[in-house]
Design a protein around this ligand. Sequence first.
Ligand code: GDP
Length: 195
Amino acid sequence: VQVNYADILISAVRPEQYPDEGLPEIALAGRSNVGKSSFINTMINRKKLARTSSKPGKTRTLNFFNINHDFLFVDVPGYGYAKVSKSEREKWSQMMEDYFSAREELSLVVQIVDFRHEPTELDIQMYEYLKYFDLPVLIVATKADKIKKSRYNKHLSQLKKALNVDDEDHIVIYSSHTLDGKEEAWSIMLDYIRN
Ligand code: GDP
């Protein structure tokens, strides 16, 4: 896939602020530091489009990126910062629920996990949350370059088991360093955008 155009469209918190072009959306969720911006940037061949606002203390917004005027990537702020106040957490939950429960344009959620380690409690909760809203999920298991190929199957089955992955969902083993998994991830995403 050739990406000729990629730019931030808007950072939104409330539904009134969401774009209204009607383009299909692919949301990206993942624990902070899991490799989400690297995934986005390598998928679209940009160095730092998604230098996200997901750093602690920064405003936590949904960042909508227009990709080729074909679809939008929606970068969801990374979950799992220890030092967030209760009121901030509540704002975050409200924002997530507003978006995931009712967004018509949402076609697929990409949940990024770290292929090196078993999913955390937060990864498990996130996946359950997405399935509660009946959303199709592509799990991207990234940092695969850190794992020997001979260990892939073991890590893969642990991942499937821990998340209790739905038969209809997809898992792609990915590396932002080697770009392994990139074509496969695109082909799955395109299926959802075009349906
Ligand atoms: P984010 O907070 O989820 O957006 O994570 P980043 O994309 O900023 O990545 C966090 C750290 O993991 C950075 O130091 C990246 O260089 C590193 N990283 C991201 N993807 C990969 C990968 O596929 N392989 C390896 N080895 N490191 C990665």
